[in-house]
Design a protein around this ligand. Structure first.
Ligand SMILES: C[S@@+](CC[C@H](N)C(=O)[O-])C[C@H]1O[C@@H](n2cnc3c(N)ncnc32)[C@H](O)[C@@H]1O
Length: 266
């Protein structure tokens, strides 16, 4: 299976990803400290050589460099924009490539992370095998994916708006790989997996951030970033969200969560 066009196109610019990340940072019911959670999950030592697969905005690696991490920090991503985002960060190198064919020798990293990215990879088992291959003995792997069925209200809104416009909704990324099916895949690659679940919710007391968040997810519902239908669909999202806030007491609460799965190369 190839990545859908939307998955690839989506990250040619990091704008929508940044909106989604900021929404989770600002509107989560409980503080959403993914970086801290992952550092803790892998018991990250300052000397560890770490590869972040699908590094996106690069914020995780940048923050580690700023915290004085001494080990090698490497980001890899399919998107040139993601690689460029790290080009001037001292102590971090970034490479263009795919998770299913990592351009590194076997056994060279102490830690490999894959945060919120495996649901974009067509051959997840191959990506997991690659992550294992580049880990040294006793190296640690950590993957983060959403809980199945996360943000059902925004998902239903997007499905309604997109379907009304006659667009066929592809299988959205979170429906491909999620908390229910990833642990077994990791276990079959690494032999054992530990799973920690973090339940949370997005809570909005006004329409604007809901509209921005929903619009930032349109690609995953089959609407290309440069589609001529975007303005019309964004207006339809806005009308529905504003109507909801006018009719309901609020807030708009959307349950969500993620799992951090860790495994050791033994
Ligand atoms: C949702 S973003 C997550 C970014 C980052 N890991 C984070 O936690 O914020 C997914 C990232 O995975 C990248 N990606 C998607 N498919 C990939 C693949 N096959 N190999 C490497 N990176 C990929 C995308 O370009 C994007 O930057």
């Amino acid at each position: 299976m190839k990545p859908s066009i939307s998955d690839v196109q989506e990250y040619l610019s990091l704008e929508a990803l940044t909106t989604r990340i900021q929404t989770h940072q600002r509107y989560s019911e409980h503080r959403d400290d993914l970086d801290g959670t992952v550092r803790q999950a892998v018991s990250l030592s300052g000397d560890a050589d770490l590869l972040d697969v699908g590094c996106g905005t690069g914020a995780f690696l940048r923050n580690l460099a700023e915290r004085g991490h001494r080990g090698r920090l490497v980001g890899l991503d399919l998107s040139p924009a993601a690689v460029h985002a790290l080009h001037d960060v001292a102590g971090v190198s970034a490479h263009l490539g795919t998770a299913t064919d990592l351009p590194y020798d076997a056994g060279v990293f102490d830690v490999v992370t894959a945060r919120h990215m495996l649901y974009h990879v067509p051959d997840v088992r191959r990506a997991l095998a690659e992550c294992r291959r580049v880990l040294g003995s006793e190296g640690v792997f950590a993957a983060v994916v959403n809980c199945s069925g996360a943000t059902p209200r925004v998902s239903a809104l997007l499905a309604e708006v997109v379907t009304s416009a006659g667009i066929d909704i592809p299988v959205v990324p979170n429906s491909r790989v999620h908390s229910d099916n990833l642990p077994e895949m990791i276990e079959s690659t690494f032999g054992a997996v530990a799973v920690h679940r973090y339940d949370n919710a997005l809570v909005f007391d006004r329409p604007e951030p809901v509209i921005a968040f929903a619009a930032a997810n349109l690609s995953f519902y089959g609407v290309e970033p440069d589609s001529a239908l975007r303005p019309e669909l964004t207006r339809a999202i806005e009308a529905k969200v504003r109507a909801w806030f006018a009719a309901e007491v609020g807030p708009w609460r959307d349950p969500k969560g993620y799992v951090v799965c860790t495994a050791r190369r033994s």
